[in-house]
Write a protein that binds this ligand. Structure first.
Ligand SMILES: [Zn+2]
Length: 151
């Protein structure tokens, strides 16, 4: 096995990927090549799938050039965990959730029996939420028309 072959599949667990990196390091050392921890860590970084790109950028930006697996693996694990939790919810799903919370029985309401609405975060008018805002919808369609005109 070679360091350059180190690549993490999109569905690989990070822990497995990390231990594979350590295996390669051990094998190379057994073969008489001294591989520094930082070299292994950088190889791990470069073999990460795109989901880790943001965290990899953060790690790269905050390091002085010396990395170790023990340093980066816990950070990368937080990405893995957040990926599993949220299957990238769509905007609609987020809005539906927000609506559910507003209509939920646990929430005290100033309007007995009715849905409390607004004030709108966009225009400030009571009676509707931002995602129902006609002013916002109008502005968005105007913006789209303008973009179309520009093309
Ligand atoms: Zn509004």
């Amino acid at each position: 096995m070679q360091l350059s072959q180190l690549k993490m599949g999109a569905t690989d667990p990070l822990t497995k990927y990390g231990s594979r990196a350590k295996e390669i390091q051990a094998q190379l050392r057994a073969a008489g090549q001294d591989v520094a921890d930082t070299e292994i860590a950088w190889s791990v970084m470069s073999g990460l799938p795109s989901a880790y790109a943001t965290m990899a950028t953060v790690i790269t930006a905050t390091t002085d050039g010396d990395l170790s697996l023990d340093d980066i693996l816990p950070k990368l694990l937080t990405v893995e965990h957040s990926e599993q939790k949220s299957e990238r919810p769509s905007e609609e799903a987020l809005m539906a959730n927000a609506q559910d919370r507003h209509a939920g029985p646990g929430r005290p309401s100033n309007h007995p029996g009715g849905k409390s609405k607004g004030p709108c975060f966009h225009c400030g008018i009571l009676g509707h939420h931002k995602f129902e805002c006609r002013k916002l919808a109008q502005e968005r369609s105007q913006q789209q028309q303008r973009q179309r005109a520009d093309q």
